[in-house]
Design a protein around this ligand. Structure first.
Ligand code: CA
Ligand code: CA
Ligand code: CA
Ligand code: CA
Length: 393
């Protein structure tokens, strides 16, 4: 009797044509399509097992028997037996998919859970499996009696990122904002979305826009916002002015360790809005004129007598423009005798005279230069430099 029991496995064993793995040379024929998964990913699994290609003219299946089951699961939930099917009639390669369904969690802070955790399915596709944030998925296959191969892959949440895709950004154009957070790919078989908040210096309340996943399973979300300096913010339009800083924010409620599951973090990016008018054409700066203290034009200049340097700037555009108007006088040795400036703002189509007094210290040749910048903080010339030579008697 005992002899029969001993012989039976030995007789049956070769019939399957199975290979015993060499444990000194670890053989791991179970593969996953990613090294780490997020909580709502789709897992694509592959098992290379030529010995289970029982019929070279048919698609074989493995894992769906009680004798040699495949189990896909975490420490709390599992699918067993789960069927893998051969990729071709004679490949010996078996594949299956499982969609992770996460756990009950509010991903956007509105108080309602946004996931639908569930565990069911028998393979090779359409299996659903609940997972926790920092768990792992183990795939095990009893490919020969008492010989179980396993593969484990971790699950974790990811820190989202946000960026503007089309810099530089012009005030009469649009801006595309992208959030990458694979944790928000809540359904790997459908387009998901998330909310982005965008503000400008001219509209600090800003607008909320809906960012749409770029494909069913990308975890990349984009929103396009049109910018306008003439119309107030509404819908997907944001009120901005050239020179404004605009900021886009996304609240990530799916944060990796060491954050807790209930933490959220504002992910933010900022950039400046520029004008589409070339910088040197933003203001028109005329050649300086010279006058006495009463405003009468001067034909000649004398040392130690105060004179006025008068510049004219004009804003030809339909945008207000901050400016710093700089006067600089250099002597024949190229030494700066005088420098001064006036800061202000020009309204659309406005023209302005700016003047500065100067007393020539002695006779000689001088060069009077005027130039216009937008600011001292972030200097950029708004018009070409104007230069005039004068002779002081
Ligand atoms: Ca086959
Ligand atoms: Ca929610
Ligand atoms: Ca999706
Ligand atoms: Ca996240």
């Amino acid at each position: 009797m005992s002899l029969v029991l001993l012989l039976l496995p030995l007789i049956l064993f070769p019939a399957f044509g199975e290979l015993i793995p060499d444990y000194n040379d670890p053989y791991s024929p179970i593969f996953t399509d990613k090294p780490v998964y997020t909580w709502t990913d789709k897992i694509k699994m592959t098992i290379i097992s030529p010995s289970w290609n029982t019929d070279t003219h048919l698609i074989d299946s493995i894992g769906n028997t009680e004798d040699h089951p495949i189990k896909v699961g975490t420490s709390n939930y599992f699918l067993k037996p789960y069927r893998f099917t051969e990729t071709d009639v004679n490949s010996g390669i078996f594949t299956a998919e499982v969609v992770l369904t996460g756990f009950s969690h509010d991903v956007d802070g509105d108080g309602d859970a946004d996931t639908n955790p569930r565990t069911f399915g028998t393979g090779p596709t359409s299996g659903f499996l609940e997972v926790d944030r920092d768990s792992s998925i183990t795939i095990s296959f009893e490919f020969a009696n008492g010989v179980v191969l396993t593969k484990s892959v971790p699950i974790s949440w990811n820190l989202g990122t946000i960026d503007f895709l089309n810099e530089p950004i012009f005030s009469d154009n649009s801006v595309t904002i992208r959030v990458i957070d694979t944790d928000m790919n809540l359904n790997p078989e459908a387009i998901d979305h998330l909310s982005i908040h965008i503000i400008s210096d001219s509209d600090v309340a800003g607008i909320n826009v809906n960012a749409i996943e770029t494909s069913e399973n990308s975890g990349y979300f984009v929103a396009t916002v049109s910018l306008s300096q003439n119309s107030p913010s509404s819908g997907n339009r944001l009120y901005v002015f050239p020179g404004d800083e605009i900021s886009a924010k996304y609240d990530d409620h799916t944060l990796p360790k060491p954050f807790s599951k209930s933490d959220s973090l504002e992910i933010k990016t900022s950039t400046n809005v520029d004008s589409s008018i070339p910088p040197l054409e933003r203001l028109n700066n005329s050649s300086p004129k010279f006058s006495d203290s009463f405003g009468n034009a001067l034909e000649s200049f004398s040392s130690n007598i105060q004179m006025q340097i008068v510049g004219t700037i004009k804003n030809d555009h339909n945008l207000k423009q901050n400016f710093v108007y700089i006067f600089q006088v250099k002597n024949a040795d190229n030494y700066v005798e005088s420098i001064s400036w006036i800061q202000g703002e020009l309204l659309p189509e406005q023209s302005l005279d700016v003047s500065q007094s100067w007393i020539p210290p002695k006779s000689g040749m001088y060069e009077v230069e005027t130039f216009v910048w937008n600011s001292f903080d972030n200097p950029m010339a708004l018009s070409p430099l104007m230069s005039t030579e004068i002779t002081v008697e």
